[in-house]
Each structure stands twice: as C-alpha cells, then as structure tokens.
Design a protein around this ligand. Structure first.
Ligand SMILES: *Cc1c(COP(=O)(O)O)cnc(C)c1O
Length: 375
C-alpha cells in the first residue's frame, strides 16, 4: 500500500544518482558493453522508472530474472535488449518471441525447447547460454559444453552470448575468482567469436580481466557496496524517511519493547517510529543490551534502535539530542546518505541487497530526477 496522504514516511529514489552510477561503471568497463541488472523490481527501486532512467543514461542491455519482469522492461523501454536469467519457462517460448525476450538458457531441456521453436518457425531467435563455472546454481555443466556445441552445430545456431557467474567476486583476492576465470576461458575457447560475459558489479570493479564483451552490474547501480573491505564509490540512490509518532520518557531500569530484552541504563528519551518489519526493515536490526542494532538519523545525529523491532513500530534512543528534540510528525532517516545502506545491513547481519529488495512499506514513494545527464 502506498500512502497518498503525505502523512506517512517517504521513500525517495534518486534516478539522477542511478544514472550517474551507471555512467561511472560504464567508464570503468570502457571497451565492454555495460548492461543493467533490473531484476526484483530493480532491487526494490521500481523496474519501470529505473529502466527508463538507465536507458536515458545510455544502457541498452537489461537483465531480469523472470519473463514477467522482462515484459515490464519491454513496456518501459521499447528498444531494450532483454535477457531473462531464469532461462526459458517450459511452454513460454511464444511469449518470449512475441515480447522479444532472450532466454539465458542453462540446461539441455531448455536448449532443446528453444531450438525446436526455432525450427518450427524457421528462425534463429537469439538466446544466451549460461555455463556454471563453480557456483552450482543455474547453468550448463562444463561437461555439457561439447554436447551443446554439437547440437547447435547440427542446426547452424549460434548463441548471442555465453556467460557465467562468479561466486566470490565480493572478495577480489578469493582464489575461486581465478579458478572460475580460467574455467570460463575454457568454455569461451569452445565458442570462438561469441561475445562473453562474466562480471557482476564486483567482478566489474575487480579488473579488466573479468570484463569480456559485457558486464552485468546490479547492486552498484543502486548505490550498494559490491566489494567488501573497500570504500564504496557509488552514490546512494534510496533515501527512506519514516514518521516519528511520539517522544516518550523511560526511566533507568525499565525495559523497552517486546521480550523486555533491552534495559535502560539511564533515564532516556525515546522516539517511537511508525516503521516496523511490515515495512521492510528486518527484525534482525533490533538491539539488546548485548548486541547493538540499526540506526536512525534524527536532527543531525545517528541514534540507536533500542529493543525489538515490532510489526509497525521501532524505538530509537534520542537522549543524546538533549533539548533539541524532534516533534511528532517529523521524519527520521533510516536509509540514505546519513544512514548508508551497507552500514544498516551490517548492523542486521545481512547485505544491502536484502534491505533494498525488502523496501515495500506503508510509505509514499517519489522519484527525483531522471536519467538525462549533461555529457
Ligand atoms: C543478480 C545477478 C547479477 C548482478 O549482480 P550484482 O552483484 O547485483 O551486481 C549479475 N549476473 C547474474 C547472473 C545475476 O544473477
């Protein structure tokens, strides 16, 4: 539900920042095409608006997970080249063709179904091939490469692109990256002259060896940290303000919230926020006396979440604000430039990806700017 009264919280999505992030990554990967991964409602930011802004910034290649997401991008960006990462849904080939969606084929069953459709219609509809080089998720096994090659060789069919996905790209020194790179090289040598793609955001930032012909950033476009242990160079895209409902006084020794597992060790002022796990904040950002939790930025200061987060409410200790107390109705920033996505995620033992894709609350949503940028 989106509030239209303007009285609730506000999720603000900066399409200008999204566009600048795409441009910055496109510079880093100069020489390769820079696609945009917009699966999961563009990481919670809204697939239509995000796709339009990315297209205006220069993106022409889009990756989605499902054919439904592909249709949403098609409607927003008529001339997009769209890859569907889930591959071919059984029985859905006609839909892909009608919508001009390219399946990322990852099994012999999918390949057969796609080739049969091409034979039936006497046209080589484009598709990418995904090879699993070590994540054991979607993809042809490496041992299937020769079988794939033989099958398409009989028909004179060529994939539009071959791709694979890195398991440990967020840790650039992890030896698995080099192993996967080498295995991907062996697949490429079996499909000479076919464009190749390996890198997600982290792979893109790790180095040119990983770029090949196309890079596939997702999280970095939305301002998230792709590589661990480094300064995140991306601009924040998402800012969320939620309303302060009430300021209350708590006495030393009293407890806060369900389970009574946070005891005040001083007389405190508490702000009660109209924001809870039903609005997409993870309950793991709760705190106890033993373990700190997430933060909210109020009147220029970061204030700690205290006690358990409940369905609709979150309690924040604002004692440090002294007499500069916020008024009921005022907003508290819970994600944004002052509360970085990944700091908040770290506090909840999760990742920025999960916080972004959980944004689905009882707050308004507004878009700032667009993808058009001065050159
Ligand atoms: C989600 C996904 C990406 C984007 O990954 P980020 O880490 O968000 O940059 C790229 N490739 C594949 C196959 C994916 O599933």
């Amino acid at each position: 539900m989106t509030l239209t009264s303007g009285l609730g919280g506000q999720l603000s999505i900066d399409l200008g920042a999204l566009a600048r992030n795409w441009r910055a990554l496109d510079k880093v990967s100069a020489g390769a095409l820079t696609a945009a991964v917009v699966k999961a409602d563009a990481y919670g930011t809204g697939i239509e608006s995000a796709s339009r802004a990315l297209h205006a910034a220069g993106a022409r290649f889009f990756f989605v997970a499902t054919p439904d997401e592909g249709m949403a991008v098609r409607a927003a960006v008529p001339d997009a080249h769209i890859f569907v990462l889930y591959g071919l849904y059984p029985g859905a080939a006609n839909l892909y063709i009608r919508q001009n969606l390219m399946p990322v084929l990852s099994s012999m069953g999918m390949l057969e179904e796609w080739l049969n459709k091409c034979i039936e219609r006497n046209e080589a509809y484009p598709a990418a091939f995904h090879f699993d080089t070590g994540i054991n998720r979607l993809g042809f096994r490496l041992s299937e490469a020769s079988q794939v090659r033989e099958r398409i060789g009989q028909l004179g069919f060529a994939p539009q692109m071959i791709m694979s996905h890195l398991a440990c790209a967020d840790t650039p020194n992890h030896e698995k990256n080099r192993t996967q790179l080498a295995l991907f090289g062996s697949v490429m040598s079996q499909f000479p002259a076919i464009p190749a793609s390996l890198a997600n955001s982290a792979g893109l930032m790790t180095g040119r060896d990983y770029h090949f012909q196309m890079v596939r950033p997702g999280i970095a476009l939305y301002g998230g940290r792709a590589v661990n242990g480094r300064r995140n160079p991306m601009q924040p895209v998402v800012t969320l303000h939620v309303p302060i409902l009430q300021i209350t006084e708590g006495r030393t020794g009293e407890t806060v919230g369900y389970g009574a597992n946070y005891t005040l060790n001083r007389n405190s002022r508490l702000a009660v926020l109209g924001y809870g796990y039903a609005d997409g904040i993870l309950r793991s950002l709760s705190s106890s006396n033993q373990r700190p939790g997430g933060k909210a930025f109020i009147r220029g200061k970061l204030c700690p979440i205290v006690g358990r987060i409940s369905m609709d409410l979150t309690i924040v200790d604002v004692t440090e604000l002294g007499s500069d107390l916020p008024m009921p109705g005022e907003g508290a920033e819970v994600l944004g430039p002052n509360v970085p996505l990944d700091d908040q995620a770290d506090a909840g033992g999760t990742i920025g990806y999960e916080l972004l894709t959980s944004l689905k609350g009882r707050y308004g949503r507004n878009y700032v700017g667009d993808g058009r940028l001065p050159d």
